[in-house]
Every structure is written in structure tokens, then in C-alpha cells.
Design a protein around this ligand. Structure first.
Ligand code: PAD
Ligand code: ZN
Length: 372
């Protein structure tokens, strides 16, 4: 047992407070990780702002990296000291989806209960009451016990904040392009929404050899950042005039519109823009997550008549154990400049301020850094 510092919310929609919690030792199939970095992703903000119902109290955070400090019985203790990135969807490796290689659709992940595989949590308050860990990894904490299948060793030389981003935003955005959509070289691509996820879609489009990459955001600074990552064209969106945004995306992509449009915000209006900008044969890839209960619509006849497609992309259709090391190697080789997404490093007590900046659309990726 040890004491940790963690950012806790009592229930979805409430502000975070920094608390001292007790962390029990890892049990069989579990790993104790000292956290080194945790990115601030909009999915955390969806929970913080009550867009998604979640049980509580719960330690926030799902985009993390750390160093293995101890392992539960049955695991190889030689991994102690290894730097790792954490997957927020620890696969059970036994269900039908895991068996067919679609771990992002695992039906028995402990992440579904924000607990360990046996349904219990290693976290408690000083009064002994249990505290959950968001998606089983609750990375806004100085240390955590996590499922062993959530832990992916990183090659030497990968900075903690880069490893953290590989654990969510980068895997989600790059994977949407290379895994979910399998964008062929020479395609034209548009990305709507240039936060950590959308900027990763831009990097993924570069890796895929896209011919044109149209970066779309309301915020000019985000567009400029996308340009440094390889976007070739840009559209500054005005939410008041969605039709103009659609026309501008089509014009920038050429040939009647982009072959692929990635929506990386999660608003019905921009989902409809992504579909609306497609030429015949085009594909809209929905990456952004809406509030619960929201719908988007499109006119059915031209969609079908034009042979268009819509894909939902969860976690970039990534298999963490395979894809995280590959993303890390692409970073080390200079082909995936993940560090350029990071515009602020902060300490855990500044988390609410980081949420404010993210809510305002000001932040690219902010990362909480933990002291050794
Ligand atoms: P973010 O808030 O950092 O980025 C959103 C971007 O959208 C910002 O740059 C905004 O300026 C921009 N924006 C907002 N409104 C508009 C508009 N009307 N038109 C154009 N641009 C606009 O978020 P993020 O990158 O951390 O996450 C993006 C979404 O992806 C969010 O919904 C998150 O929950 C989701 C997500 N999905 C998965 C998945 O597996 N599908 C994983 C991780 C995150
Ligand atoms: Zn995330």
C-alpha cells in the first residue's frame, strides 16, 4: 500500500479536486505504474462537463505514460523499470472481438467498469471508501495499478509526454487514417477540428502519402500548427455559415471534394459538414465523440446514389501492443512529430485551468507532468 496524489471527480459534471488516496499493491494480472505524464484529452473534458454519464468517485485521465514499479504475481518482474505507454482499453484477449484481432471492440474490457479485471479497484480514500479509475487506468495520478494488458513498453528515447499522447490522441488520429480508413497514397484528405486528435489525423495523412491535406478549424493558430505538420491547404470555419465551410473544403481539396473527411470534434453540425463535403465515392470518418444522445442527419438519396461512405473510428482501430511501438518508432525516426502538438506542460493542481483552456478551444495538447 502507498499514498498517491490524484485528480478525482465525485461524479460526471463536477470539478476535479486533488486528493491523497491509498493505492493497494497490484494483484495477479496487474501492474503498478509510477506516472510520468498524462495528456489532457477532450474525452476527459466530456466527463468533467457531464456530457457523458460515468460512475464516481473516479480518478480522471486516460492518456498516460509511466514507469513500471512492480508487477502482480505471475508476471515477469524483469519488466520493472521499463517506460510504458498506457492503453485506455485494456483488452480481455478472450472475447470474440479480441480473438478476431479487433481489440478496440473488446466486449469484456475492465475499462467498461473503470475497475480492474475482477471488478474491484485498488484505490480508496483515507476513510476506506473505494475510488474508481477512469477506463481502468485513471492517469491523472502520481501512480496507478492498471491491467497488465493496458501496459505497452516503449523503446528507449521516447519522452514521457510523447508516450502519453501515443496512448490516446495519436493512436486515435493516426489510426483513423491508416487503420480505420486505410487512406491510399495520393488521396485528398480534409480534417475538421485540429485539437490533439485532429492534428494526429493530419500527421496520419502525411504518413499515408495524401496528396492534399485540408486543415479546418475555427482557430487560426491551430490551422498554422497543422501547416507545420504537413497540411497543404486550410479553411477557417465560421460556425454561423456551415455551407461556406463545406464549399471552401471542396474547393481546397479540388476534384469536387476530398476523398476522405475526418471529423475530430464531435458536434452534429461538423459531422454534417464532413458528410456534406464528400464528392461521389468519398468517405466521412467520424472520430470526434458527441455528447450522449445526439444525432446527425444527411440527405439519403444523394448519399446512396453517389456511393458515399461513413465510418465510425474508435481508438483508431488500434491494437495497442502492435501499434504503440510502431508509432513510437515513427516518432524516433522523425516521421511523426508528436512533440509539436504539446503547447503546455503543467502540474496536477493546474488541471481545472487546463480544462478551461481546452473548453475555449485555445489548447493544442496540454500534458500534466509528474515528478519522479
Ligand atoms: P480538442 O478540444 O483539443 O479539439 C477540438 C478542435 O475543434 C479545437 O481545435 C476547436 O478549435 C475546433 N472546433 C470547435 N468547434 C469547431 C467548429 N464548429 N468548426 C471547426 N472547428 C471547431 O479535442 P481533442 O482533439 O482532444 O478531441 C476531439 C474529439 O475526439 C473529442 O470529441 C474527443 O472526445 C474525441 C476522441 N475520440 C476518440 C475515439 O476513439 N473516437 C478518442 C479520443 C478522443
Ligand atoms: Zn482521449
Amino acid at each position: 500500500m502507498r499514498e498517491i496524489q490524484a485528480a478525482v471527480i465525485e461524479r460526471a459534471g463536477q470539478p476535479t479536486t486533488i486528493e491523497t488516496l491509498r493505492l493497494d499493491d497490484p494483484r495477479p494480472g496487474e501492474v503498478l505504474v509510477r506516472m510520468t505524464a498524462s495528456g489532457v484529452c477532450h474525452s476527459d473534458l466530456h466527463v468533467r462537463d457531464g456530457h457523458w454519464e460515468r460512475p464516481g468517485p473516479i480518478v480522471m485521465g486516460h492518456e498516460g505514460a509511466g514507469v513500471i514499479e512492480a508487477v502482480g504475481e505471475g508476471l515477469d518482474p524483469r519488466v520493472v523499470g521499463r517506460p510504458v505507454a498506457l492503453s485506455w482499453y485494456a483488452p480481455c484477449l478472450r472475447c470474440r472481438e479480441c480473438q478476431r484481432g479487433r481489440q478496440w471492440l473488446c466486449t469484456a474490457s475492465p475499462a467498461l467498469r473503470h475497475a480492474q479485471a475482477d471488478g474491484t479497484t485498488r484505490l480508496s480514500r483515507p476513510d476506506g471508501s473505494p475510488v474508481l479509475a477512469y477506463l481502468s487506468i485513471g492517469t491523472m495520478a502520481s501512480a496507478q495499478v492498471v491491467p497488465a494488458t493496458a501496459v505497452v513498453p516503449m523503446p528507449d528515447g521516447v519522452p514521457p509526454e510523447v508516450a502519453a499522447l501515443i496512448g490516446c490522441g495519436v493512436a486515435t488520429g493516426v489510426g483513423a487514417v491508416t487503420r480505420t480508413a486505410r487512406v491510399p497514397a495520393g488521396s485528398t484528405v480534409a480534417v475538421i477540428g485540429l485539437g490533439g486528435v485532429g492534428l494526429s489525423c493530419v500527421m496520419g495523412a502525411v504518413l499515408a502519402g495524401a496528396r492534399r491535406i485540408v486543415a479546418v478549424d475555427v482557430n487560426r493558430a491551430k490551422i498554422d500548427l497543422a501547416g507545420t505538420l504537413g497540411a497543404t491547404h486550410w479553411v477557417q470555419a465560421d460556425p454561423e455559415t456551415p455551407r461556406r465551410t463545406i464549399d471552401a473544403i471542396r474547393e481546397a481539396a479540388g476534384d469536387g471534394g476530398p476523398d476522405f473527411v475526418f471529423e475530430a470534434i464531435g458536434l452534429p453540425a461538423t459531422i454534417e459538414q464532413a458528410i456534406g463535403a464528400l464528392p461521389p465515392g468519398g468517405t466521412a470518418v467520424l472520430v470526434g465523440l458527441t455528447r450522449f444522445g445526439q444525432s446527425a442527419s444527411f440527405e439519403a438519396f444523394p448519399f446512396v446514389d453517389g456511393g458515399r461512405r461513413i465510418l465510425g473510428s474508435n481508438y483508431g482501430s488500434s491494437v495497442a501492443a502492435v501499434d504503440f511501438p510502431a508509432l513510437a518508432e515513427a516518432y524516433l525516426a522523425g516521421r511523426l512529430p508528436v512533440d509539436r502538438l504539446i503547447d503546455r506542460r503543467l502540474a496536477l493542481p493546474e488541471l481545472e485551468d487546463a480544462f478551461d483552456r481546452l473548453r475555449d478551444g485555445q489548447a493544442a495538447r496540454q500534458v500534466v507532468m509528474f515528478q519522479a
